[in-house]
Design a protein around this ligand. Structure first.
Ligand SMILES: Cc1cc2nc3c(=O)[nH]c(=O)nc-3n(C[C@H](O)[C@H](O)[C@H](O)COP(=O)(O)OP(=O)(O)OC[C@H]3O[C@@H](n4cnc5c(N)ncnc54)[C@H](O)[C@@H]3O)c2cc1C
Length: 390
């Protein structure tokens, strides 16, 4: 009797969680994790935060200790990027020239940083940040302090690197396209909160170290060349299925149909890799899956901790309601579109994310004055809106 072989291309968080869920759900066939990097799956968020700052050790960022994979009978091919995919013969090509047969394949190849291509791009001291090696290389440049650091890009990673670089005692300048950092994500009102954490930019800035944080692009080349449907990432349904019945995609690389929104969404955040990865494993076992999680992400910068849940595209045209102390950077912001909360962000207000998500999921109409009224607990506002059947 032949044993089924499931192959996962991409040894990041999504791939690791899918492998874990396959075993947890009873898959006892051959399971191969093809990892392009020479490292077992690890968490990337600390690479611009605690790991960059040198306050946590290398083992703490591993998704599982290396021995776990052998215990689970998961074959991990380290430093072995997949180089080709033949859908008709069910074979995945590897960098060393071998090919691997699969019965089912999951593409979890993630994303790569958008590269700075302008003059000076190749100079020593110009950094991008995606891998643990890049984080270690950057830390080595920052940890002595006293250097002039320029961060190109005021997105999450850029701002976190700026905070870590300041923490080491470097002079930091952040170059942003707009006047307000994260303005394109949150709108100017909320982005201004993050501006208060930064130094002002200049026309021409001398630099010892440059960190480029200008976004990421999905690593969808394998799928594209194989003839799968690729748009902004690999297009899959709410069960992570591509147009080929034996090939799935998940994580940063996947553009997943969202059943609540009614359109595809590619999410480049930790929570998506974590939970969608697990769900994709179940889908590969033909369990019923319809992934409808509300996109979520978090950041830590200086003394600011933030969580955001919601549908960014719907929030773009929404009104913002604040609850709490915006100037003191301890507040919740809600984005209201047509009276419905489509996104919520808690800044230095812990343990409310579940309620914020419940408010979004309820699809009830909320009175902005009530929502902003701190004398009423969030749970109370949710219950009141439900009672009124708004
Ligand atoms: C510095 C940094 C900080 C971040 N901070 C946050 C945060 O604070 N909050 C948050 O929500 N999210 C954060 N993220 C995003 C989060 O880490 C990603 O969403 C998550 O890592 C996605 O997981 P993934 O498994 O889909 O992809 P990845 O983590 O990119 O893993 C994909 C893996 O596949 C490998 N691969 C690529 N091509 C091939 C191939 N052909 N064959 C084999 N392997 C291949 C890659 O080398 C990589 O190891 C951060 C990301 C970075 C880089």
């Amino acid at each position: 009797m032949s044993v089924s072989t499931f192959v996962i291309a991409g040894g990041g968080l999504a791939g690791a969680r899918a492998a874990e869920s396959l075993r947890a759900e009873g898959f006892d066939g051959r399971l191969v994790l093809v990892a392009g990097e020479d490292a077992f799956p690890y968490l990337r968020p600390p690479l611009s935060k605690a790991y960059l700052a040198g306050t946590v050790d290398r083992a703490s960022i591993d998704v599982h200790p290396p021995a776990w994979y052998a215990d689970q009978k998961i074959e991990v091919l380290l430093g072995q990027p997949a180089t080709g995919l033949a859908l008709d013969t069910h074979r995945l090509g590897l960098a060393d020239g071998r090919t691997l047969h699969y019965d089912k394949l999951l593409l979890a190849t993630g994303a790569s940083p958008r590269r700075f291509a302008g003059p000076g791009a190749g100079l020593a001291g110009v950094h991008h940040l995606r891998t643990v090696t890049e984080s270690e290389r950057l830390r080595a440049e920052l940890e002595g302090g006293g250097r002039r650091v320029v961060v190109a890009g005021a997105g999450w990673i850029g701002l976190e690197v700026a905070a870590a670089a300041r923490g080491f005692g470097n002079a930091v300048t952040v170059l942003a396209r707009g006047s307000i950092p994260l303005g394109s994500v949150f709108g100017d009102q909320v982005g201004a909160v993050f501006a208060g954490l930064l130094l002002a930019g200049g026309e021409e800035v001398p630099a010892d170290v440059v960190v480029v944080g200008i976004g990421a692009l999905p690593d969808d080349g394998l799928a594209r060349t194989a003839g799968l449907h690729v748009d902004d990432g690999i297009v899959v349904d709410a069960a992570f299925r591509t147009i080929d019945p034996d090939v799935y995609a998940v994580g940063d690389v996947a553009s997943v149909f969202h059943p609540v929104l009614g359109h595809h969404l590619r999410v480049e955040h930790w929570a998506n890799a974590e939970y969608a990865g697990t769900a994709a494993g179940r889908s590969m076992l033909d369990q019923a899956v319809s992934y409808d999680a509300i996109p979520y992400f978090y950041t830590d910068q200086f003394d600011l901790g933030m969580e955001y849940s919601g549908y960014g595209r719907l929030a773009r045209k929404a009104d913002v309601v604040f609850r709490g102390d915006r100037d003191g950077r301890a507040f919740i912001a809600f984005w209201l579109a047509d009276g419905r909360v489509v996104a919520g962000m808690n800044v230095n207000v812990p343990d409310v994310n579940e309620t914020v998500q419940a408010i979004i999921r309820s699809e009830l109409r909320f009175d902005p004055h009530l929502l902003g009224n701190e004398s009423i607990a969030l749970e109370g506002i949710l219950a009141a809106a439900a009672d009124q059947g708004n």
